[in-house]
Design a protein around this ligand. Structure first.
Ligand code: PMP
Length: 401
């Protein structure tokens, strides 16, 4: 593998050819040409769909679709491709765990422990479930470093805790707890752990077996793949315990007016015609990622973020919510509203996000109504970093007038 080269890497992203400064990769990553080509080829050259038709093209497609499941299993070191369920993304995967695994196991008074740093996708499904079953969502607060507070965990985990929901990496701070420690503590009360890997997988694909993760969710679109495709990893024994929460074509082996027999896992969770183009695009992204020096790429984006953070820190009223050396920079500028700044930055051609980042409870914990968030990816360069700093100064000058 050749060492990471930022110029070569950047050249693979056609969306960057028309200038513009893209600093919103935590929302969604841009797509390299290989992913665009794979998706386009699927629509222009493939015939049929998967797991349904007998003709050769459709059979080939089914093999490709199932092979991609194996690629995901390899990426996160799952024991088998059968532990990977295709979903629409992280949100869909977490809702599947909520409805198919946790719901039938919840009794009134049971507890679901959720970190305060969670994206709404890893909070609202548990709130919905709690409201429907009489269970309780318990908050796991953050420490001064903006990470879920490990010192509180032993007392928050009780005999009533059925599930602990936590993200590998926050989409606001870029930080996350030591998963091995979290999981070991959860085990001591018999709780299962749902890890939201939407951000984490981009920076550090986990070894789900070594960490002993029960459920892990991620979205393809943050990992250079298409939108509308993602995956749920579940330990085989847990997936076996789950009944499907969606019924439809191909999730069953027999059906009559008295009932149906579900397919084995994972297919019983994949009712209806799946997103085959998404799977093929994601498969292309994963194949391509294997050719990239990911450690070098990560160092590059972290370095750009650090250098930018140093310059931003010189601005009066700058307040940072960045954990460690994350490539994600969340910040506010005292007495200037984030929406005003982001509007002016957009006028200068800088794409970044401002607001609550689907993490309202986290914003409340930080004591802010929202933040600006510049998320650096390996396709960003020095000019992008400089453009952000200079456009921000320009915006603040205008707002000061
Ligand atoms: N969790 C985190 C930490 C995220 O950043 C996101 C995407 N913003 C999600 C969950 C939800 O992902 P998706 O919208 O792709 O389902």
């Amino acid at each position: 593998m050749t060492p990471f080269n930022p110029v070569t890497f950047r050249s693979q992203f056609p969306a960057l050819h028309d200038a513009g400064v893209y600093l919103d990769s935590a929302a969604t990553a841009l797509k390299p040409q290989v992913v665009i080509d794979a998706t386009q080829q699927f629509y222009s050259l493939s015939a049929g769909t998967v797991h349904r038709s007998q003709f050769a093209e459709a059979q080939k497609l089914t093999a490709r679709y199932e092979q991609a499941r194996g690629q995901v299993a390899d990426l996160i070191h799952a024991a088998s491709p059968l532990e990977i369920v295709w979903t629409r993304g992280t949100t869909d995967a977490i809702n599947l765990v909520a409805n198919s695994w946790l719901r039938p196991r919840l009794q009134p008074g049971d507890e679901i422990l959720v970190s305060r740093a969670e994206h709404h996708a890893n909070l609202v499904p548990w709130l919905m479930l709690a409201a429907q079953t009489g269970a309780r969502v318990v908050e796991w607060p953050l420490n001064a470093q903006l990470l879920p507070d490990m010192t509180l965990l032993p007392t928050l985990l009780t005999a009533k805790t059925r599930l602990l929901a936590v993200s590998q990496m926050s989409n606001v701070t870029g930080g996350g707890p030591d998963l091995a420690q979290v999981i070991a503590l959860a085990r001591s009360v018999g709780a299962k752990v749902m890890v939201d890997g939407a951000q984490g997988i981009v920076h550090n694909a986990p070894d789900v077996q070594q960490l002993d993760i029960d459920f892990y969710a991620f979205s393809g679109h943050k990992l250079y793949g298409p939108m509308g495709i993602g995956a749920l990893y579940g330990k085989a024994a847990l997936l076996e315990e789950m009944q499907p929460s969606q019924g439809g074509g191909k999730m069953l082996t027999n059906v009559s007016f008295t009932g149906f027999t579900p397919q084995p896992v994972p297919w019983r969770f994949e009712a209806g015609t799946p997103n085959v183009a998404g799977v093929i695009g994601l498969s292309a992204a994963l194949e391509w990622l294997q050719t990239i020096d990911l450690a070098g790429a990560e160092r590059w984006s972290q370095q750009l973020a650090s250098q930018t953070a140093e310059q931003l820190a010189q601005i009066a009223g700058y307040r940072s919510f960045r954990c460690g050396n994350s490539s994600l920079l969340s910040f506010t500028i005292d007495s200037v509203h984030h929406s005003d700044i982001v509007t002016l930055l957009a006028e200068s051609g800088i794409a970044l996000r401002a607001g609550q980042h689907c993490a309202q409870p986290l914003m409340a914990a930080l004591g802010v109504s929202g933040t600006l968030r510049a998320s650096f990816a390996p396709y960003n360069n020095q000019q992008d970093a400089e453009a952000l700093v200079s456009a921000l100064h320009h915006a603040l000058d205008i707002l000061a007038d």
